[in-house]
Write a protein that binds this ligand. Structure first.
Ligand code: ADP
Length: 465
């Protein structure tokens, strides 16, 4: 039997999930904010340029009808003509692209190339400008260039102010996102911490009766806590069984050991003849055999219980098995008669060796606890998907208060124990074997009338006849 080892492998803990998620969240927020910043800056500069372009073209075109050349090539401007409107400066050039008149923003390069109907960006010595030029013909050969210009907003300045605003609020955005993320994760992981703490204290205190008993939390956490509780329940059961086993085994072994020791000291002190010695040795041999049987049975049960002995299930003709075992049962000495009512060709998926041991135990019990010249009736039939085996006797019977306990290891109803006829392991093993075959066993008994043990097993595949 394995004990839980007190040694623990030293594992260096990795970064906590909380920290990992928070860091990931923070990095993600920073990247998203950076992308947003780039988008804002790009869109902002495009919008500003488009606005400037349409303002320029509108203002220049507004002035087209307000400018003319007179016969002597003098400029004739309408009254409402304006050299500056809506931030747009108007310049007038002659056919040879020489400046005639106009107003320019500071540092504007007045000799920048004129191109009809084109809006473009030009750079001055200090600043940048957008310009839009339009050729307004006058007669066949002459005309006036109208140029609108507008100062380009210093994009680096604007970007700088957006950037400084961004860097001012960025820490708050990231901090609140990280903090929010951290709090959500912490809350989500709270049940896990609770489970870890509870599991730790259960392990430290070695109190397997305690449970985590989580009632609130996410579905995953509840399922995890339930699995832990289930595991503790099974551990508790295993420890209890182990404790019970150790105490039962030592208790049962104590009697034959004491008899052997007493017999040895008796022989040493009082045996005078060879006959005395042989008698003493015979007692010792009987007790040693009982001990050996007990140890073997216990080992078998332990192997079955802890899965060391694997079931070798195969298609088994249970009818044939029961028939053969009945034939082998020796009932002659006490005048017991055996009646059989066995339906043929009933099969089950079974470990033949184990199943026959279980049936032998039932048959032997029926004989052992049956009355002299009594009857044992063995019936095998099927019902639905099950096989039903009944082993009935008309012997001493079992009082109701013992009927639940006879399945426990080492339990014997007093009289039989005193008679030293058994070990009290038979029925517990029968039940174990039946359950390993997905079946069940029950007893119906009345003291002085008799007992009937009923085994129900799932039927195997139909035999190919
Ligand atoms: P044992 O080795 O004592 O027979 P079992 O586990 O087979 O151990 O049986 C447990 C107890 O149940 C027995 O001691 C006996 O008192 C009772 N018992 C089992 N089978 C019968 C039966 N057919 N009739 C009456 N009592 C029975």
């Amino acid at each position: 039997m394995n004990r839980i080892s007190g040694r623990r492998r030293k594992v260096r803990p990795g970064m906590s999930v909380k920290l990992k998620i928070t860091l990931w969240f923070t990095a993600f927020m920073t990247i998203i904010s950076g992308i947003c910043l780039i988008l804002i800056l790009t869109i902002d500069s495009q919008v500003a340029r488009n606005q400037a372009y349409s303002l320029l073209s509108d203002t220049v075109r507004e002035n087209v009808g307000k400018v003319r050349l007179t016969g002597n090539r003098q400029l004739d401007l309408d009254e409402d003509f304006s050299f500056y409107k809506n931030g747009v400066y108007i310049l007038l050039y002659n056919k040879n692209k020489a400046l005639l008149s106009g107003q320019t923003p500071p540092y504007f390069p007045v000799d920048a190339e004129l191109e009809n109907g084109v809006t473009k960006a030009v750079s001055g010595s200090e600043d940048g400008f957008y310009v839009f030029d339009l050729w307004v013909p006058s007669g066949w050969e002459d005309g006036v260039w109208i140029r609108g210009t507008i100062q380009r907003h210093n994009s680096s300045q604007e970007a700088g102010s957006i950037l400084s605003m961004f860097f001012l609020i960025l820490p708050f955005i990231i901090l609140s996102a990280s903090l929010g993320g951290y709090l959500i994760v912490r809350r989500a992981l709270e049940p896990i911490e609770q489970i870890t703490k509870a599991a730790g204290s259960i392990t430290e205190g070695r109190d397997l009766t305690r449970r985590i008993g989580l009632t609130r939390g996410s579905d995953e956490a509840l399922r995890l806590a339930n699995s832990f509780d289930h595991m503790f329940e099974r551990l508790e059961h295993s420890f209890e069984t182990e404790k019970q086993f150790a105490s039962d085994a030592s208790h049962e072994l104590r009697t034959p050991t004491a008899v052997i020791l007493a017999q040895c000291s008796y022989i040493r002190k009082y045996a005078g003849s060879e006959e005395d010695y042989l008698e003493g040795v015979a007692v010792i041999e009987r007790q040693a055999q009982k001990m050996s049987l007990l140890i073997n049975r216990l080992l078998d049960m332990t192997r079955l219980e802890f899965g060391t002995r694997k079931l070798a299930k195969e298609d088994t003709d249970v009818s044939l098995m029961v028939e053969t075992l009945c034939e082998e049962l020796d009932t002659g000495a006490r005048g017991i008669s055996l009646e059989r009512d066995i339906k043929e060709h009933l099969h089950a998926q079974a470990d033949a060796h184990l199943l026959s041991r279980a049936i032998i135990n039932l048959l032997e019990n029926a004989r052992k606890y049956g009355k002299d010249n009594g009857h044992i009736r063995v019936k095998l039939h099927d019902s639905g998907d099950n096989l039903i085996l009944e082993v009935e006797d008309d012997g001493i019977g079992i009082a109701p208060e013992h009927q639940k306990k006879i399945w426990q290891r080492f339990y014997q109803v007093n009289s039989s124990r005193q008679a030293g006829s058994g070990l009290g392991l038979g029925l517990s093993m029968v039940r174990q074997i039946v359950r390993l075959h997905d079946g069940d066993i029950s007893v119906n008994s009345r003291p002085g009338v008799g007992s009937c043990f009923t085994v129900v097993l799932p039927k195997g595949e139909k035999p190919v006849v």
